[in-house]
Design a protein around this ligand. Structure first.
Ligand code: NDP
Length: 414
C-alpha cells in the first residue's frame, strides 16, 4: 500500500497532482546485526532488537526547505545523502515537507513572480533532491548518539551511522497551555481547537462561523486572513495593542472587513461541550483585569513555534529556548561533523528562503569537513575530520595526540 500522509505531498491545499509519497526504503548496503543496548541511567535492558544497519557519509534530518536544499547540494556533490524525516502524524503535528506544507500562498520565495502554493513549492524541492539521488526514509528517530563519529541514529528497527549529520528538523507550533486546549477527550483539540488554519479551516465545522485567532505575528495574520474565506467573522485576540506582524500582513488583515481585533487581551480558557465542540473562550483584559466570556465556534492558536530539538538535548549546545547554536561563520555546531540549518537554529529570520540558504551552507560545510578541510566551531576554533583543532587566533594547531604545532606555512627549503 502506498503511504498517504494526511498533510503530505500533493494533499489538500496543493494544486500539484504529485500525490504519492516516494519514500525510498533504504535497504541497499544494509546488514543485519543484533543490537543489545542499555538505558544510560537504569540497569534494565532498553531492548534486544535485530536492527538493520545503514552507513552514510551525509545524513540529513528534516525535509523542509533547509533539509531538502542540503540534500540537493550534497547529492550533487556525489555524497549520496540519506534524508530521514518523521511520517505525517496529525496528532504529533509532523508533516514531511515542513511548515510550507500547511501554508497557502507563498509570495516572497524568489523565482515565483506570481507566488506559489506552499505544498507545490515543497514538491518541487523534493523532486529536485530526488533527481540527484537523495535517498529518503520516513521513520521516527528515537535516539541519537553524537558522542563519537560515526554518529548513531536509532529508529525502531534501524541503526543509521553518519559520518556527518545535518540537522534540519525545523520548529513546531506553540500552544497556550490553557484549560480546554488539549486534544479530545481532555480538551477541544481536534474538536474546534487547531494550530493550523490551512489544514482545518475548510472543515464544515468552521464554515460560516465566528472564529477566534490568538496571536499578533505574521502567522496569526495569515491564519485570520485565510479563515475569512470560510468563516462569517474572525476575531484576532492579541495580548498587546500593537501587532508583531510585518506591515504588509497587518495591512492585509486591517483591510479585511471580516476581521476584527480584540486588543490587550489574553485567552484564559476554552469552553464547549463534547457534542458541539468549542462554544466560546474566557477572555481577560490585561490592563483592567476585566474577565468575560466570548462566544466562538473555533479557536486557532497562532503564537509562534518552538524548535524541534528534544532529541539533541544534552548533546548539542542550545540557547535558552532550545535553538541549536551554530558558528557565526558556518552552520557548525559544537560537535565537529554535526551541522544545523533552517528554523532549528534560527530564531530570528525563520523564512523559507533563509532556511534554504542555510541548508546550502550545511551541505557545503559537511562536504568541506569530509574533504578534511577545517570547519569553524561556535567557539571560534576550527576543527578537521582528523580531530585537529586550530585555535581561535589561528596561531597553533593541536593534533589529536595533544601535540601543539605552530600554524605557519612551511618554510621553503634552502
Ligand atoms: P512570532 O513570534 O512572530 O509572533 C508570535 C505572536 O504570538 C506574537 O504576537 C506574540 O505576542 C504572540 N504570543 C506568543 N506567545 C503568546 C502567549 N503565550 N499568549 C498570547 N500571545 C502570545 O511568530 P509567527 O509564527 O507569527 O512568525 C514567526 C516567523 O515566521 C516570523 O519571522 C514571520 O515573519 C514568519 N512568517 C512569515 C509568513 C509569511 O511571510 N507569509 C507567515 C508566517 C510567519 P507579542 O507580540 O506580544 O510577543
Amino acid at each position: 500500500m502506498q503511504f498517504r500522509p494526511q498533510n503530505g505531498w500533493g494533499q489538500p491545499g496543493s494544486t500539484n497532482s504529485y500525490t504519492t509519497s516516494y519514500t525510498i526504503r533504504a535497504t541497499e548496503n544494509a546488514n543485519i546485526f543484533p543490537e543489545i543496548s542499555f538505558q544510560r541511567l537504569g540497569k534494565e535492558t532498553e531492548s534486544s532488537l535485530t536492527k538493520q544497519e545503514l552507513s552514510r557519509q551525509v545524513v540529513i534530518i528534516g525535509s523542509g526547505p533547509a533539509g531538502l536544499t542540503a540534500a540537493i547540494y550534497s547529492a550533487r556533490a556525489n555524497l549520496n545523502p540519506l534524508l530521514v524525516d518523521a511520517p505525517a502524524d496529525h496528532e504529533k503535528q509532523t508533516t514531511p515537507g515542513g511548515q510550507l506544507m500547511i501554508t497557502t500562498d507563498v509570495e516572497n520565495y524568489p523565482g515565483f513572480s506570481e507566488g506559489i502554493q506552499g505544498p507545490d513549492l515543497m514538491v518541487e524541492f523534493r523532486k529536485q533532491a530526488e533527481r540527484f539521488g537523495t535517498e529518503f526514509l520516513e521513520e521516527w528517530i528515537t535516539r541519537v548518539d553524537l558522542s563519537e563519529r560515526p554518529f548513531k541514529l536509532y529508529t525502531e528497527d534501524k541503526l543509521i551511522k553518519a559520518e556527518t549529520l545535518i540537522i534540519a528538523s525545523g520548529a513546531s507550533a506553540k500552544w497556550l497551555g490553557i484549560p480546554g486546549e488539549a486534544k479530545t477527550p481532555h480538551g477541544f483539540g481536534g474538536n474546534g481547537v487547531s494550530a493550523c488554519a490551512t489544514c482545518d479551516g475548510p472543515l464544515p465545522h468552521f464554515r460560516n462561523k465566528h472564529l477566534v485567532v490568538v496571536g499578533g505575528g505574521d502567522t496569526a495574520m495569515e491564519e485570520a486572513t485565510f479563515l475569512t474565506r470560510y468563516a462569517k467573522r474572525v476575531f484576532v485576540i492579541h495580548r498587546r495593542d500593537k501587532l508583531r506582524a510585518s506591515k504588509i500582513m497587518q495591512d492585509k488583515a486591517f483591510r479585511n472587513d471580516k476581521i476584527e481585533f480584540v486588543w490587550n487581551t489574553d485567552v484564559t480558557r476554552i469552553i464547549g461541550t463534547p457534542e458541539q465542540g468549542v462554544t466560546g473562550v474566557h477572555l481577560r483584559n490585561v490592563q483592567t483585569g476585566e474577565e468575560r466570556v466570548f462566544d466562538s465556534d473555533g479557536v486557532f492558536i497562532a503564537i509562534g513555534h518552538k524548535p524541534n530539538t528534544h532529541l539533541f538535548k544534552g548533546q548539542l549546545e542550545m540557547d535558552a529556548v532550545g535553538y541549536i547554536k551554530t558558528s557565526g561563520h558556518s552552520t557548525a555546531t559544537n560537535i565537529p561533523g554535526v551541522f544545523a540549518c533552517g528554523d532549528v537554529q534560527d530564531s530570528v529570520y525563520r523564512q523559507a528562503v533563509t532556511a534554504a540558504g542555510t541548508g546550502c551552507l550545511s551541505a557545503i560545510d559537511a562536504e568541506r569537513f569530509l574533504d578534511h578541510l577545517p570547519i569553524a566551531l561556535p567557539t571560534g576554533e576550527e576543527v578537521t575530520i582528523e580531530g585537529e583543532h586550530i585555535t581561535p587566533d589561528h596561531r597553533v594547531i593541536i593534533l589529536p595526540t595533544g601535540e601543539v604545532v605552530p600554524n605557519e606555512p612551511e618554510q621553503p627549503r634552502e
